[in-house]
Design a binder for this molecule. Structure first.
Ligand SMILES: [Mn+2]
Length: 273
């Protein structure tokens, strides 16, 4: 079984997915999207792909991101790092003018996380399931929420945390932002503990735009930036968190499962925006 994982679309046209699906060496069985579409155009390009490939037997799984929630509910979040001239209100109004795009958002927003029976596909021997989520089960919430749109009560809701929790953490240094390794490690450890508690062996996620692979083996948590196009193999005793990076920057990942071995490959295509 081969899964295609991508997310953090941020207005990118998704027609390039066609080539990825058509030219994949092993056929793709399931396309998994972790959201953050932003624009109606991006949503409609996704639906076009979905409508083309679903009849061929490819399954599509979509979970929403914090941006999808913000656009749908018109909750203002700072978009300045994404667009110079677009506001959430603009995106919200456009969404509500497109019945088709709004339908997909309503369908996905009803379910903020999904589980996938990765193991049951290749074997009857029970293995832990995978979870698909935009943010994480534990980690750190970004700072600077607008009190008007994000009440304390709303931020403590589980579905909201699922979409906002970050694992990658950074801190400001004189030369700019650098990864806060200690904080990132603590986030990964907390998230893995939650995965163990809920019996998930694999997490497929987005939200953090940098590609990252985190693993927990024999109580030892580590994470790294994967080399593009290199195959990483994991036996069933390893817990995995797979963050493909933003599709906005051309990143996606494929995961293959065979004889209980999960093979993960990170890919990057040209920037599509
Ligand atoms: Mn996000």
């Amino acid at each position: 079984m081969r899964y295609l994982l991508f997310g953090d679309v941020h207005s990118t046209d998704l027609s390039k997915l066609e080539r990825i699906i058509d030219e994949s060496q092993d056929p793709i069985d399931t396309v998994i999207c972790t959201g953050d579409f932003d624009s109606v155009k991006a949503i409609l390009s996704y639906m076009k792909i979905k409508e083309k490939y679903e009849p061929t037997g490819i399954k599509f799984i979509t979970v929403p991101g914090n941006h999808d929630d913000a656009v749908y509910y018109n909750r203002d979040i700072n978009l300045s790092s994404f667009y110079s001239d677009v506001t959430i209100k603009d995106l919200h109004e456009k969404l509500f003018k497109s019945e088709k795009a709004r339908d997909l958002m309503e369908e996905t927003l009803g379910h903020t996380k999904k589980t996938l029976k990765l193991s049951k596909i290749t074997s009857d021997i029970s293995e832990h399931d995978a979870i698909i989520i935009h943010g994480a089960l534990d980690g750190n919430m970004p700072e600077g929420f607008s009190k008007k749109n994000y009440s304390t009560e709303l931020l403590t809701k589980e579905y909201m945390r699922d979409m906002w929790l970050r694992l990658y953490s950074d801190k400001q240094e004189p030369i700019g932002f650098v990864q806060d390794i200690e904080k990132s490690k603590e986030n990964h450890e907390r998230n893995f503990r939650k995965m163990e508690e809920l019996k998930y062996r694999t997490m497929l996620r987005g939200h953090d735009h940098k590609p990252e692979l985190a693993k927990k083996q024999h109580d030892n948590t580590s994470f790294f930036e994967p080399v593009i196009d290199r195959a990483y193999e994991f036996t069933e005793s390893t817990l995995l968190t797979i963050t493909p990076g933003a599709f906005q920057n051309g990143y996606y990942a494929t995961i293959s499962i065979e004889d209980h071995i999960r093979t993960v490959i990170y890919h990057q295509i040209e920037q599509t925006r």
